[in-house]
Design a protein around this ligand. Structure first.
Ligand SMILES: Cc1ncc(COP(=O)(O)O)c(C=O)c1O
Length: 344
């Protein structure tokens, strides 16, 4: 199977499996797992943040941040297609008692400008509006097609938010893709955010795990909330060992996934009926419109599946995500199959 549904399908590398087998472990709920502690130290250092916490999933990292930055009845501003809003099971409402204020970015890439955020902020409106408690950004923006926000854009939003005493959380599930695409450091991209979550388990290839980073006090509180969420794990150094390799080795090869995504987008743009601007593909996510092909996205995906290719239909579009288990040959085969389905 050529699995282009997501970069979450990556399997651990041989080096990760070896490290997992040999990992030194302890009880992490007591803070005694040396491999987890090492991973947390390495992540904090790389991002230039005071502290880091290993959490089982990106969703948990994001939702702990939402919980800690807000109080019940607050509003959280996020781009309308953002993951925290659409794909985390309503947890902001269920756990934090907050409302989401979705804002549609004018740009199809899903990246909000300060002007767009500002127009949705509610402060000093007692008895009417829910006060804004948090701004959430997403870099790369998944459903904006893996688009990247620059360090300057991020810092500008943070500084303006901070001037209004509003914190900013970054869902940086794929922040390393963003950094690689922009020849930037993850520290620069996240310099002014109050907290950031990134995933070890997506393009970086670890089997499980995400990191939440921020100030020391914030991460100490996050530890308690991780436990409340049921995420206090024991000899979890087994997983952190793979995370360390993901953190240190995987960013070096992410550019290959981006090159494959670009080739996929360029090839798809030449197939009858497919609409995509390949210029706009910056990282490993390719979303193309198939509404003018005469077939639905579901039909196309089901035909691809018969040829051993998996992709996800999203309304009138199809999403394909490249990762290290997808080769250039797989991309060429996918393009060939798409052409067969749509042009013959
Ligand atoms: C942008 C983004 N944020 C957060 C997550 C959540 O990660 P997890 O699946 O580990 O909960 C995902 C997962 O696909 C994602 O794409």
């Amino acid at each position: 199977m050529i699995d282009l549904r997501s970069d979450t399908v990556t399997r651990p590398t041989a080096a990760m499996r070896r490290a997992m087998a040999e990992a030194e472990v302890g009880d992490d709920v007591y803070g005694e797992d040396p491999t987890v502690n090492l991973l947390q130290e390495k992540a904090a250092e790389l991002f230039g943040k005071e502290a880091a916490l290993f959490v089982p999933t990106g969703s948990m990292g994001n939702q702990i941040a939402v919980k800690l930055h807000t109080k019940q009845g607050d509003e959280v501003i996020i781009e309308e297609r953002g993951h925290i809003f659409n794909y985390e099971m309503g947890t902001p409402a269920v756990v934090s008692g907050v409302m989401i204020r979705p804002v549609r970015a004018a740009n199809e890439n899903g990246l909000l400008t300060w002007a767009e955020i500002e127009s949705a902020i509610h402060i000093n409106q007692p008895y009417y509006a829910c006060p804004t408690g948090l701004i959430c950004l997403e870099n790369t923006h998944n459903f904006g097609g893996g688009s990247v926000m620059s360090a300057n854009e991020t810092s500008e939003i943070c500084q303006k938010a901070h001037a209004l005493n509003l914190p900013v959380h970054l869902d940086g599930a794929r922040i390393f893709n963003s950094a690689v695409a922009q020849f930037e450091t993850v520290a620069n991209l996240t310099k002014d955010v109050d907290s950031v979550q990134f995933c070890l388990s997506k393009g970086l290839g670890a089997p499980v795990g995400s990191m939440l980073l921020g100030k020391k006090d914030f991460i100490a509180e996050a530890r308690s909330w991780r436990k409340r969420f049921g995420g206090g794990m024991r000899q979890v150094g087994i997983l952190a060992a793979a995370g360390i390799i993901a953190l240190e080795e995987s960013p070096k090869v992410l550019h290959l996934d981006h090159e494959n995504a670009k080739r996929l987008a360029e090839g798809a743009a030449n197939i009858k009926g497919i609409k995509i601007d390949a210029e706009k593909v910056q990282t490993n996510i390719v979303i193309f419109d198939v509404s003018e092909t005469g077939k639905t996205s579901a039909e196309i995906c089901s035909r691809l599946k018969e040829s051993g290719i998996l992709a996800i239909p999203f309304g009138k579009a199809i999403r394909m995500v490249t990762h290290y288990d997808v080769s250039r040959d797989d991309i060429e085969k996918t393009l060939g199959e798409l052409q067969k389905i749509l042009e013959t």
